[in-house]
Design a protein around this ligand. Structure first.
Ligand code: RB5
Length: 149
C-alpha cells in the first residue's frame, strides 16, 4: 500500500515519529513524505493540496496530514473532491473513521497529541478496514454526493 504524509511547521516532529511507527509496524507500506521538513512557517492548505493530489491521482491510497491542531489541514483536505479526511485524536475515532466512514485521510494534531498516543491512533487507523456494511456505504454515497450540490 502506498501512503502519502504531509504536515505544516506545527507537526514536523510528530510526522517523523509517525513515520517511524509505520516503518516498524507496517513495513509493507511505502510512505511518500511531501513535507514540510523544517521549522519555517508554511501554509497548511498548500500541504493539504499536495497530499490530496497524490490520492486523487491514484499515486497513493491513503494519507496522513498533520498541523498544530490537525484542524486546518483536515478541513482543507475535505475541500477536495473524493477526499474523506478524519481528524482523530483518539483510537476509537480512528477505528470508526475507517469502519463507518471509510476515511482516506487521517488528521492528527502535532500540538495536541504525544508521540505514544499518536502512534496508537495511526496503528488503529491503518489496521482497520471499512466494514463494507450497506448502511455505511449508503451514507458515504450521500456524503460524497454533497460535493456536487
Ligand atoms: C499554524 O500556526 C497553525 O495554525 C496550524 O498548524 C494549525 O493548527 C491550523 O489549524
Amino acid at each position: 500500500m502506498k501512503l502519502v504524509i504531509g504536515c505544516d511547521h506545527g507537526a514536523v516532529e510528530l510526522k517523523d515519529s509517525v513515520k517511524e511507527v509505520i516503518a516498524k509496524e507496517f513495513p509493507d507500506i511505502e510512505v511518500n513524505d511531501v513535507g514540510t521538513f523544517g521549522t519555517a512557517s508554511v501554509d497548511y492548505p498548500d500541504i493539504a493540496e499536495k497530499v490530496c493530489a497524490e490520492i486523487t491521482s491514484g499515486a497513493a491510497e491513503k494519507g496522513i496530514v498533520l498541523c498544530g491542531t490537525g484542524l486546518g489541514i483536515s478541513i482543507a483536505c475535505n475541500k477536495v473532491k473524493g477526499i474523506r479526511a478524519a481528524l482523530c485524536n483518539d483510537v476509537f475515532s480512528a477505528k470508526m473513521s475507517r469502519e463507518h466512514n471509510d476515511a482516506n485521510i487521517l488528521g492528527l494534531g502535532g500540538r495536541v497529541l504525544g508521540f505514544g498516543p499518536a502512534g496508537e491512533i495511526v496503528k488503529a487507523w491503518l489496521s482497520t478496514p471499512f466494514s463494507g456494511d450497506e448502511r455505511h456505504q449508503r451514507r458515504i454515497d450521500k456524503m460524497m454526493a454533497l460535493e456536487n450540490k
